[in-house]
Write a protein of this length. Structure first.
Length: 247
């Protein structure tokens, strides 16, 4: 029997060492296109990026896409190891360990065209009805704003439908998400909507690891190191370009 070349043997040993080291993480996200979209390449920008970072760090991921409230509940009790796309709140940090941010979300209000609504500060939206999605960690200034009727919906499509039908005055979410959702689900009404020019806030997007996982701190550290390496070697930028993403 011929001996294997030394290089091939070394490669095999490295492969098996990496395979033994790889840990599978149960990852969860809510459908939030174009960031999380099971029909898109790579599962959407956020999933493609997060999966690549974890792969660089030596982990594999098994993704579940579910309702946002169930995502948070599952992560809080350890059913899921990782929430793939999440904004920071102090309340969530009690049961989730946050990574460094991997994207920044431009959070905006959208209105019906030709309505006389402006936004420079929160006094401008007093008395208005604003559609939002349940349990999202919106900018703290908005959540504290008084004199506003905040209408919680299960999905952004529901909120935008109510806006088009005049049942609310504004809807709040990430600008790219609002654009994508209106174009995909309400194409006949897309040209009736208009963004207010001033951002409500710039929210940092993280992964967060369940504190019920005893290795949560190590997983976050490994993710942060791999993310930094991908930014330094250009991999991060290439993934953004592949999704035609521009902040």
């Amino acid at each position: 029997m011929s001996k294997l070349p030394k290089l091939s043997l070394a490669a095999m040993l490295l492969f098996f060492a990496l395979a033994a080291r790889a840990v599978q993480l149960r990852m969860v996200a809510d459908e939030w296109p174009p960031y999380v979209d099971p029909t898109a390449a790579g599962g959407g920008l956020a999933i493609d990026l997060v999966s690549a970072v974890f792969s660089r760090a030596g982990y594999t991921t098994q993704l579940t896409v579910d309702d946002w409230s169930r995502d948070l509940e599952g992560a809080s009790i350890g059913v899921y190891d990782v929430v793939a796309n999440i904004w920071y709140t102090d309340e969530r940090a009690q049961y989730l360990d946050y990574s460094d941010p991997y994207l920044v979300n431009d959070v905006r209000f959208v209105k019906r065209k030709w309505t006389d609504i402006e936004f420079e500060d929160y006094g401008d939206i007093r008395g208005l009805r604003i559609g939002m999605v349940k349990n999202y960690g919106y900018p703290s200034g908005f959540l504290r704003a008084g004199g506003v009727l905040k209408i919680a919906n299960d999905t952004l499509v529901e909120a935008l439908t109510e806006l088009v039908e005049g049942q609310c005055d504004l809807v709040i979410d990430d600008k790219h998400v609002l654009e994508y959702t209106a174009k995909r689900y309400l194409p006949e009404s897309e040209n009736r909507l208009e963004f207010l020019p001033r951002p409500v806030g710039l929210e940092q997007l993280h992964i967060a690891v369940s504190r019920a996982n005893p290795n949560h701190a190590r997983i976050v550290d490994d993710f942060n190191r791999a993310l930094k390496a991908m930014k330094n070697d250009g991999t991060y930028g290439r993934i953004l370009d592949a999704h035609n993403y521009r902040p």
